[in-house]
Design a protein around this ligand. Structure first.
Ligand code: FEO
Length: 391
């Protein structure tokens, strides 16, 4: 891509990573991603905001060659997909100063080997005058690391947000199409932001002080109507859970799947929406996305030796890490002769502060008594969901 001018003398640069399918060796990227950077050209100085994953540095360098050389390289976040190229850029542009906050400076020295003598450290609310363009820094911790900050350009009413309000989406479009942006933005929120929901809600209100016309994240498209994404974040981070069960299960010999089928029908019959994931094939981004709204999570597992199937254990670990707003978690499944799958799954959820529902475990195939217990579980969930909005 060539530099794209989004306001007079403000350019979208960076790289679209169409083919990447996994991020952090963890997060599936079914739609690829992008590493957006921005160049702001003032009358006196030029600033580059963020950089790109080092494997895409040549694309950024070709774009920068068409623009005035940067006097400042602003780093809003120390993670390598945005800052991994900064040491090389600092070498290429020896006149440039790396502008960031104290915490990010330490990260850039430790993680990407930026020399200590290249920094200008800014505080929350500080401004950098480029000549007719001003960059004001607003610290927004935990979107996604403790050092993350946004940059406000008042002359153009642009807010640069790095991971905040991002989407893993490779697209040739500059601006988000609201009709299709929802699922990618929600999935990204679930994977990156949900563990810090309380702080995320505060950060949204902090940047809401600016009269923003366009949100410019460093992944995915820009938002030309900021209220669209900001209101979604308010709902995801601070809203009540919805009348939804996330049902994640794995089955070895049909029995746990039969129980999942029975529960799905029993919940649906009682007006509870079920979002269902078979854990050996599920996309964990879809599972994470479901956890944004669900009031209840159910994990179905057979017993492997004395504990849960490892796929169910992985799902529990994921939930523990993502800290969803679910109020209840329940376990169901089967065993051959004995076992402690529910107890061992509970041990994997130390961050969960809600209610652990009484597990329903059956020996071998579910029988009348087991189905009755599943009906009772569905009824108790429907009762707990009374008054919750549907999704
Ligand atoms: Fe896109 Fe936290 O890096």
């Amino acid at each position: 891509m060539k530099p794209r001018e989004i306001r007079k003398n403000v350019y979208l640069v960076g790289a679209v990573d169409w083919d990447r399918r996994l991020f952090d060796a963890l997060i599936p990227l079914p739609q690829g991603t992008s590493y957006n950077a921005y160049v702001v050209v003032g009358e006196k100085k030029t600033a580059l905001i963020d950089s790109v994953e080092p494997s895409h540095l040549s694309e950024l360098q070709a774009q920068l060659a068409e623009l005035p050389a940067p006097d400042y390289i602003v780093s809003q976040h120390g993670e390598q997909d945005h800052s991994g190229s900064i040491a090389l850029l600092a070498e290429k542009y020896p006149q440039a100063t790396v502008v960031t906050n104290e915490k990010c400076k330490a990260e850039l020295i430790d993680h990407v080997l930026v020399p200590e003598d290249r920094f200008q450290v800014v505080a929350d609310g500080d401004s950098l005058d480029l000549g007719g363009k001003t960059l004001t820094f607003a610290f927004t911790p935990w979107v996604h690391w403790p050092e993350t900050m946004c940059t406000w350009l008042p002359e153009d009413k642009l807010l640069f947000t790095c991971d905040f309000f991002g989407s893993h989406l490779a697209t040739s479009d500059v601006y988000a199409d609201e009709a299709t942006a929802y699922s990618g933005a929600k999935r990204y929120y679930a994977e990156i932001m949900m563990p810090f929901a309380a702080q995320v809600a505060k950060d949204v209100e902090k940047v809401a002080q600016f009269p923003i016309e366009t949100i410019c994240p460093s992944h995915g498209p820009l938002f030309g109507r900021p209220a669209f994404i900001m209101d979604l974040y308010r709902e995801w981070a601070g809203g009540a859970p919805r009348n939804v069960v996330t049902l994640a299960y794995v089955s070895m010999h049909y029995t746990t799947r039969l129980m999942a089928d029975h529960l799905t029908a029993a919940l649906a019959q009682r007006g509870v929406a079920v979002e269902r994931f078979e854990l050996t094939g599920a996309d964990i981004g879809d599972l994470a996305s479901s956890l944004v709204d669900a009031a209840t999570v159910l994990v179905g597992t057979p017993t492997v030796l004395t504990g849960p199937h490892p796929a169910a254990g992985y799902a529990a670990l994921l939930m523990n890490t993502l800290k969803p707003k679910a109020r209840q978690i329940g376990v169901f499944g089967s065993f051959g002769w004995a076992g402690k799958a529910p107890e061992k799954l509970a041990e994997l959820l130390p961050n969960f502060k809600g209610e652990l529902l009484a597990p329903v475990m059956v020996k071998g195939m579910p029988k009348a008594e087991g189905y009755a217990a599943l009906d009772a579980l569905a009824a108790s969930i429907a009762e707990r969901h009374q008054g919750l909005a549907s999704r």
